[in-house]
Every structure is written in structure tokens, then in C-alpha cells.
Ligand binder design. Structure first.
Ligand code: MG
Length: 248
């Protein structure tokens, strides 16, 4: 007979139904990990990821006004077509681990906010900046990885123009009770393996040249990608919902 695992004669962990080392506590679900991306190719997503863009088409995307997404797709990536507008995922989601890869043009054009600018907008309104931040001075709360207009990143972890960059973003959506903010949004941002923000509390929705505030919204929203007029590419976009399997 197999030895029982764990203990049932240990103290109860406060706030839970479980003993310390409880043998009956549910096991975490099995998730087959993906592969890390290289410059040559995106890595396979984790087995249970929700795929938003796999490099083949824009069927999961639309323009912000609901029209057809005007960006182009080729060779496994999508690229901004300037003037066609922001695009948004048809999927809506809240708390998540979001994975996005981007590449700024290898041909260097413009400076400051005019070089390789795009953006990852969580729930359609909270921007993590995408910019060619390599040797490109700009205001700190607008550089690559900034929570735009709120917090500079802890580091400039940009790769050179023409190279792929990898965002892993852990997003906790804000909670509202009626029109009141019950809990702000928090975000952790990792760029190319470097922590840029660690559980940072957001001040509100993204805005320009003003101190921002929250505006009440629902518990889910789309992912928006910004058309800022530059030829930025994206690939390998997926998320995993953050759901507790064992919250008691
Ligand atoms: Mg931007």
C-alpha cells in the first residue's frame, strides 16, 4: 500500500480549510509549458494558452470601431498599416498573463515618440508602451515598457531595432463597485526577461498630458494594439487567464 502523502495532524493554515502539508489539498493542474522564442522563430505557447494571434491571419481581430482590421499579415507576423487605426482582439478577458512579441523597424526613422511607437493596451485602455527605445531618448514615462504617462520602467531592456522583443505581462484588472473604484489595477511587466514593473498600482486609464483617473468599466475587455504611424510588427500573442484553482 502506498504511504499516504502529507499530514492531517498539523495546524490549519489561517483563512483556509487546509492543514499545513495537507495531503488532501488539490494538486495544481498540469500545464505543458511552451518553448522560448528566438530571433528566428516564435516559441510554441503553453498548451492551455488562449491564442490571440498565431501568425496566420487577423480573424481574431477587428478595428476599434468594429470594422475590419487593416493591418497586414506576412511571414508569421502582423504589421501596422499606418492610418488604418488601432486594432483590438475579439476576445475579451480580465486578469491574465499576456504574452506579446514586437519588433520595431530596422530602418531608423524619427526620434523620441516618433520612432517605432505602438502600444499594448490592456482592456483597451491601459497602455504598456511599445517604442524603439534603443539609443532613443524620450520622456521616461513614455519609453519602452513605461506605463504610459504614469511610471517609467525599472530598466531599458530594449533590443536593437529589427530584433524581436518579448513581453510577459501579468495583469490584475481594477474592480469597481458601481461607479466607485473598489481596487486599482496592478501590473507586472517583464521585457526580454527583465522585470520592468513589479506589481505596480496604476493611477487610472492611459491618457496624454494630464493626470489620469479611473473610469468605471466591466470585468473584461479586449487587447488593443496601437497604430501610431510606425511599421511595428507583432507575433505570438496569447494569454492565460489568472484563475485560482485552490483559493480556499
Ligand atoms: Mg504608444
Amino acid at each position: 500500500m502506498a504511504q499516504p502523502i502529507g499530514y492531517d495532524d498539523t495546524p490549519i493554515l489561517p483563512g483556509t480549510n487546509w492543514h499545513v502539508h495537507d495531503g488532501n489539498r488539490p494538486q495544481p493542474p498540469l500545464v505543458t509549458p511552451g518553448e522560448f522564442s528566438t530571433q528566428q522563430a516564435p516559441g510554441a505557447p503553453p498548451a492551455d494558452a488562449v491564442i490571440l494571434f498565431d501568425g496566420t491571419d487577423l480573424s481574431g481581430w477587428e478595428r476599434r470601431d468594429g470594422g475590419e482590421a487593416g493591418w497586414k499579415v506576412e511571414d508569421g507576423y502582423m504589421e501596422v498599416v499606418p492610418g488604418t487605426g488601432y486594432i483590438r482582439s475579439k476576445q475579451q478577458f480580465g486578469d491574465c498573463h499576456l504574452h506579446v512579441e514586437f519588433r520595431c523597424p530596422d530602418e531608423i526613422k524619427g526620434e523620441s515618440q516618433g520612432r517605432g511607437n505602438s502600444g499594448v493596451f490592456l482592456m483597451g485602455q491601459y497602455e504598456i508602451q511599445v517604442l524603439d527605445g534603443h539609443d532613443n531618448p524620450t520622456y521616461a514615462d513614455g519609453t519602452t515598457g513605461a506605463i504610459y504617462g504614469q511610471y517609467p520602467p525599472l530598466a531599458n531592456a530594449c533590443r536593437k531595432p529589427g530584433e524581436w522583443n518579448v513581453y510577459d505581462i501579468i495583469w490584475e484588472a481594477p474592480r469597481f463597485e458601481g461607479d466607485d473604484l473598489a481596487r486599482p489595477a496592478y501590473v507586472t511587466v517583464i521585457l526580454n526577461g527583465i522585470v520592468l514593473h513589479h506589481h505596480r498600482e496604476l493611477r487610472g486609464v492611459t491618457s496624454h498630458k494630464v493626470v489620469t483617473e479611473y473610469e468605471p468599466h466591466g470585468s473584461v475587455g479586449p487587447l488593443d494594439l496601437q497604430d501610431h504611424g510606425d511599421l511595428v510588427r507583432f507575433r505570438n500573442i496569447w494569454y492565460r487567464p489568472l484563475v485560482g484553482y485552490d483559493e480556499t
